[in-house]
Design a protein around this ligand. Structure first.
Ligand code: FMN
Length: 212
């Protein structure tokens, strides 16, 4: 059994969180969710069968009492694995450059890189195929020790190389279907079963040293 922290961002796919959390529970794991404000737009917190934290929990209106625990650090200490699902284009960009302007991205910047990370991106087809997506994935690949990745690779090939070569990072690539916006193409979040299977694999894989 492991502690899985799900980082949920502002994609329609966040509606699948109850199912994703349930499948993590069925696999024997304890789960907490940290959600961006955009993710909260799609979430019914009451329908999610585990604690859900948002930025307001990190920034109580009463001010910071000296010595009080810091939520993003407490979540990082608690978690054995960080599962970013759904991971939207905006937060992917922030992760790639290290911005940390909300609780979720603060967990990311404070993350213990000996612990595994799984991404399940979800975005419109043209967002997924945009050069920025490849740019951000390549930057992350380098940071996670995947070595040189040629710039001509398409996103799917990049994902395969990252999964093969990066230490501690696994990407469950998006799938093709008719998206919520009505477009048909790649970009939908993978099925929760596939995401939980990837998390399970990362939890049992011997930890590689992080080399960046
Ligand atoms: C109805 C709706 C659906 C959206 N779906 C997605 C999506 O699937 N993927 C994505 O990258 N952005 C999507 N967006 C845009 C993000 O919510 C937006 O970029 C937001 O700023 C993301 O903030 P966050 O990364 O802090 O969660 C959607 C926006 C709306 C209004």
């Amino acid at each position: 059994m492991a502690n899985i922290l799900i980082g949920a961002t502002g994609s329609v796919a966040a509606i699948k969180l109850p199912d994703l959390v349930t499948k993590c529970h069925e696999a024997g794991h304890d789960v907490r969710v940290v959600a961006t404000e955009a993710a909260c737009y799609f979430l019914d917190r009451a329908a999610i069968p585990c604690p859900v934290f948002r930025d307001a929990d990190e920034w109580p209106t009463t001010g910071y009492p000296r010595g009080a625990p810091v939520l993003h650090i407490e979540l990082r200490k608690w978690a054995d694995l960080f599962l970013l699902a759904p991971l939207d284009a905006n937060t992917l960009g922030k992760l790639a450059v290290g911005l940390c302007d909300n609780c979720l991205t603060c967990v990311w910047r404070a993350w213990d890189l000996t612990r595994p990370i799984v991404f399940a991106p979800a975005m419109n087809t043209l967002m997924w195929e945009h050069p920025f997506t490849r740019k951000h994935l390549r930057a992350l690949a380098v940071d996670f020790g995947a070595g040189h990745i040629p710039s001509h690779l398409q996103a799917e090939q990049l994902v395969a190389q990252i999964n093969d070569r990066a230490a501690g990072l696994h990407i469950v690539g998006p799938v093709t279907k008719t998206l919520a916006c009505g477009d048909t193409g790649i970009g939908a979040m993978a099925e929760p079963t596939a995401i939980v299977a990837a998390a399970q694999t990362m939890l049992t894989r011997p930890r590689k040293a992080h080399s960046s």
